[in-house]
Design a protein around this ligand. Structure first.
Ligand code: OAD
Length: 316
């Protein structure tokens, strides 16, 4: 199988309408394809995503705990049972984890892509057409990110990274909030908007804060060092993400609509490799049906609670 690291969920149709790979209403077909887990990075995306059920389990079987504690538990005994301090844990995040820091997501009703055209703002063609527009949008996003503070979700990941010997963050976010929260081992699949590179030759460029329009020695214009639609992910970063995903015992998918491939493939890869998958998102996603646990809630509210539950379980 040929691995292609092609970034893009958005396929522009002839009418210019944007569609995703998630269109089927056929639940049976959806369930089947989710359970067959028939995807690999670089495969053509034919997944028809199911919108199935919510499954927050109260662990009434966890009888060694006091009753009030039992009633408040989110995590199932099955998930807690297999955990040890040397379990490799992956935190796979999307724009939703930064929502409680005040940063916009993309596909929520008030998200960027409800207001702006991604082909104009986040594609090489869009940059060629109107570099000033693209740079000013990224300057705005950079400023928003710098003015935002990491929230309880980001900070909980740091706590988890102290609890577990090995915990990796794989993020689609480019805002830098994971690092500012003190998270370590961060794989930034879609780059970082605080870095710059040459649009022509890819050479890293330095730019003063808020000034991305620097030119490279080769004469090419500067651009943010992020992955745009139609561009390849950094193969090294993607491989590192796959390695962690294939070897982890617990995989959190947090605040992502799971519509952008190849990143959206990772929870499926984790599941296929035998990890427990927990999704945290106020809304159901195409991954919800295959997750071991889907928690329909905000990341900043949920992660501190999960941290306490896991901390307590590991202390026993
Ligand atoms: P999306 O905007 O597609 O999805 C954000 C998800 O976060 C949604 O499913 C929300 O329901 C969820 N969400 C909102 N608030 C939340 C909260 N407080 N806690 C947890 N979840 C919450 O963002 P991504 O999946 O990250 O690429 O998008 C992936 C890529 O598509 C981005 O990297 C970006 C975008 O186009 C480019 O800009 C090129």
């Amino acid at each position: 199988m040929v691995a292609q690291f092609f970034f893009g969920d958005l396929l522009t149709t002839g009418s210019g309408k944007l569609r995703t790979g998630i269109e089927s209403n056929d639940q049976e077909e959806n369930q089947q394809s989710a359970h067959e887990e028939a995807f690999r990075i670089g495969d053509e995306i034919t997944h028809k995503g199911p919108i199935l059920h919510i499954c927050i389990h109260l662990s009434t079987a966890f009888i060694s705990r006091p009753r009030r504690y039992i009633e408040s538990m989110i995590l199932t005994p099955e998930i807690l049972a297999g955990l040890r301090r040397d379990t490799l844990v992956v935190f796979f995040t999307g724009a939703g984890i930064s929502a409680e820091s005040g940063l916009s997501t993309f596909r929520d009703v008030d998200g960027y892509w409800a207001r702006y055209d991604p082909t104009q703002l986040a594609s090489p063609d869009g940059f060629r057409r109107d570099p000033e527009l693209v740079l000013s949008w990224y300057a705005h996003r950079r400023e928003s990110a710098l003015n935002a503070q990491p929230n309880a979700g980001h900070k909980s990941i740091s706590d988890f990274q102290k609890l577990f010997q090995h915990a990796v963050v794989i993020t689609q976010n480019v805002d830098g909030l994971h690092a500012r929260a003190g998270n370590r081992e961060i794989i930034e699949l879609h780059g970082n908007l605080h870095r710059f590179k040459c649009f022509r030759c890819g050479q890293p460029l330095s730019a003063p804060c808020g000034e991305a329009a620097v030119s490279c020695q080769c004469g090419g214009p500067g651009r943010p060092d992020v992955v745009w639609f139609g561009e390849n992910l950094d193969p090294g970063q993607l491989q590192a993400a796959l390695d962690a995903t294939h070897h982890c015992g617990l995989f959190f998918s947090i605040g992502t609509s799971s519509q952008v491939y190849p990143a959206a493939q990772l929870p499926l890869e984790a599941k296929r490799a035998g990890a427990r998958v927990i999704e945290i998102n106020p809304h159901l996603t195409p991954m919800s049906a295959m997750a071991d646990l889907t928690i329909q809630a905000a990341a900043g509210e949920t992660l501190p609670t999960l941290y306490r539950e896991i901390h307590e379980a590991l202390a026993v």
